[in-house]
Design a protein around this ligand. Structure first.
Ligand SMILES: Cc1cc2nc3c(=O)[nH]c(=O)nc-3n(C[C@H](O)[C@H](O)[C@H](O)COP(=O)(O)OP(=O)(O)OC[C@H]3O[C@@H](n4cnc5c(N)ncnc54)[C@H](O)[C@@H]3O)c2cc1C
Length: 468
């Protein structure tokens, strides 16, 4: 990184907001993607960004982006680095734009149920701020305490309560964005618009390639009056899917609806699982009368689908342990590598994808566990969240085996017509599989949008956009 450029940044922002110490560069060089953690653990040579800047306002972001544009310096936005697909991987000639100093709650409007946040606001802190007014964002990714509001938008995140409250794109009201040319735009003005295409969608899921989200206004909701749970043993996945489908098709909407296959039921609910059964777990929220009616209705539907009631304690156990963050290095130390892969599909596709992907994983040398659960349900279908673990005598074979697991699940999903990415985004890991979702012409459209917004390709190069 040229010293002159670093000096120009200091002139714009002040020395305190421009970091070049090895400690800071190292801490911002990549996200939570397991492969980057593996490479680091194996002490493989890894690049670090040339500089990390921490602007404090949208105006400062604009001036930094304009300078980087003039000097053709790549910009890698960084929220809290909890992304799991390699969306942050900074090269030595790049500048990491860390949103960490833009972390304020700007406004909470209790009448219109709107909360406005700096993009770098920690997710849990944003939720706690609105909770003080008896409100909730209703977006609960497992990573809520280690991710930012701007990161949620940039990766099209989904929270655990999405079945009733929606994923982030259903919760975003408006976005404040600095475009790659330094212009500031406000996208989204009113509760609903027919003012041309919804430009917010270009940024939601752009993973830092189309601009920098500096502010986010979210539609809030009042905290639920009542919460209840229900849990059932599922003798087959099929019976569980039938019950889930019937529940949402009858317009019952438990915010949380998760079905675990027998492997995951045994692993996650040892004290509650039954023999070789899976587990269907629901959390119901809302006005008491509706929750009571929903509990009765899902009980009937589950009985008709042949499911047996399981202890509520299983759901309470999940509520208490649901935001655990695993440490990859603990697994590497045991010669294991693991990851999760989320996909989505219609009700008629989902079982074939499960069968095909699990068989493909189990067929692979070294695999000691391959399993799945569904955690986000829609009228049209649901997601599956695969987990695999593979064991190796030597850590040198882990990377190739890991990539093969991904290939098998991506291709099994595509073979049966499913969508290859439900909520973790694409990053560097999944970008070359996006063609399955977008088609060749869709990929070309994505490239056209990218080139129009960022003709010099300075925004997070190498990320998201499939290789030519
Ligand atoms: C244990 C664990 C559990 C997880 N659970 C969930 C879950 O339940 N649901 C879910 O959806 N995800 C989950 N994730 C994934 C991750 O937390 C989300 O993708 C999250 O939205 C990333 O936020 P972040 O602030 O950490 O972003 P980062 O990791 O810092 O960045 C993610 C991407 O967005 C870009 N970016 C970040 N901020 C901005 C910005 N302001 N403007 C433009 N681009 C930006 C980055 O360049 C990068 O490409 C989990 C991750 C972990 C480690």
């Amino acid at each position: 990184m040229r010293e002159e450029f670093v000096q120009q940044l200091s002139d714009l922002l002040g020395d305190d907001q421009v970091q070049t110490s090895e400690e800071v560069l190292r801490s911002r060089r990549h996200d939570y993607w397991v492969l980057n953690h593996l490479r680091s653990w194996r002490q493989e040579p890894m690049e670090m960004p040339g500089v990390v800047v921490q602007p404090q306002s949208a105006e400062q972001v604009q001036s930094v982006v304009r300078l980087a544009g003039q000097e053709k310096v790549p910009i890698v936005p960084f929220g809290l680095g909890s992304g799991v697909c390699g969306g942050v991987q900074a090269s030595a000639d790049s500048m990491v734009l860390d949103l960490g100093a833009m972390n304020k709650v700007r406004d909470i409007d209790e009448t219109n149920l709107l909360g406005t946040f700096d993009a770098g606001c920690n997710g849990l802190e944003a939720e706690e701020a609105v909770a003080d007014s008896g409100l909730t964002i209703g977006h609960w990714p497992q990573s809520i305490a280690i991710s930012t509001v701007g990161g949620w938008v940039s990766t099209r995140a989904a929270g655990q309560f999405s079945t009733a409250y929606g994923c982030i794109e259903d919760i975003v009201y408006s976005l404040e964005v600095v475009l790659p040319n330094g212009d500031l735009v406000q996208l989204g003005k009113a509760p609903r618009a027919a003012a041309g295409p919804d430009l917010r969608q270009v940024l939601m899921g752009a993973e830092g390639t189309m601009g920098i989200v500096t502010g986010v206004r979210l539609a809030l909701r009042r905290k639920a009056e009542t919460r209840a749970v229900s849990v059932f043993h599922t003798s087959t996945l099929s019976a569980g899917f039938d019950a889930q489908r019937e529940i949402v098709h009858c317009d019952w909407l438990p915010p949380v609806m998760r079905q675990y296959d027998p492997t995951e039921a045994r692993r996650n609910f040892r004290d509650f699982a039954q023999d070789d059964h899976g587990l269907l777990l629901m959390v119901h929220e809302g006005p008491s009368a509706r929750v009571d009616a929903e509990l009765a209705a899902v009980g009937d539907i589950a009985q008709r689908a042949g499911l047996e009631p399981a202890p509520d304690a299983a759901a309470h156990h999940w509520m208490e342990s649901r935001n655990h963050v695993p440490t990859w290095e603990d697994l590497f130390d045991k010669n294991l590598i693991a990851d999760t892969i989320e996909i989505s599909a219609t009700w008629t596709q989902i079982e074939s994808i499960y069968d095909d992907a699990i068989a493909g994983l189990r067929d692979l040398e070294g695999i000691i566990s391959a399993s799945a659960h569904s955690s986000h349900v829609y009228r049209t279908g649901l997601n599956l969240y695969f987990t695999f673990v593979s064991a190796h005598e030597d850590s040198g074979t882990m990377e190739a085996s890991y990539l093969e697991c991904w290939r098998r699940v991506m291709e099994a999903t595509a073979r049966h017509g499913g969508g290859v990415a439900h909520h973790h985004g694409a990053g560097r890991l999944r970008k070359d599989y996006l063609v399955h979702d977008l088609g060749a012409n869709g990929v070309s459209l994505l490239r056209t949008l990218k080139t129009a917004l960022d003709p010099d390709g300075i925004m997070n190069p190498g990320n998201l956009i499939p290789d030519a």
